[in-house]
Design a protein around this ligand. Structure first.
Ligand code: RB5
Length: 152
């Protein structure tokens, strides 16, 4: 069971609420938006990313129209590894290879049932997948190099 921070802008709100209601077995904190008023996606990326970075949530999910703006904003936060995914395969790789702690999806791109499978796949996957410790340490080394870039 994971504590999951979820947020969206107006273009992702319907999918955000669908995922919130249909991903079972985890505890969600919903950071909005609520309603259809136009809002700015970086404001919601900030709420979710700070919750993850401060340890109030284990993982985050961000939804906008394409998933692109949310991933661009989220990856500005130190410690955040946000993956913008459009398939079940990339959702799995986002965890197995990149240990993504935030998943970004586009409501205008991905149907709700497909998005649900993507989120479940990401949640059920592990860093390194079925590989041995060597595989895991290789991915960890690369992830460490990503975070070293935060100092450049
Ligand atoms: C909002 O119109 C849209 O630009 C936003 O949801 C997102 O797709 C940006 O990347």
């Amino acid at each position: 069971m994971a504590n999951i921070a979820i947020g969206s802008d107006h273009a992702g709100r319907v999918l955000k609420d669908f995922l919130h209601n249909n991903v079972k077995g985890h505890v969600f904190e919903n950071f909005g938006t609520e309603g259809s008023e136009s809002v700015d996606y970086p404001d919601f990326a900030e709420k979710v990313c700070l919750a993850v970075r401060e340890g109030k949530a284990d993982l985050g999910i961000l939804i906008c129209g394409t998933g692109i703006g949310m991933s661009l904003a989220a990856n500005k936060y130190k410690g955040i590894r946000a993956a913008h995914v459009e398939s079940i395969f990339t959702a799995r790789m986002a965890k197995e290879h990149n240990d993504a702690n935030v998943l970004c999806i586009g409501e205008r791109v991905t149907g709700s049932e497909n998005a649900l499978l993507m989120v479940r796949t990401w949640l059920d996957s592990n860093l390194g997948g079925d590989g041995d410790e060597g595989v895991k340490s290789r991915h960890k080394r690369r992830i460490g190099k990503i975070h070293a870039l935060e100092e450049k």
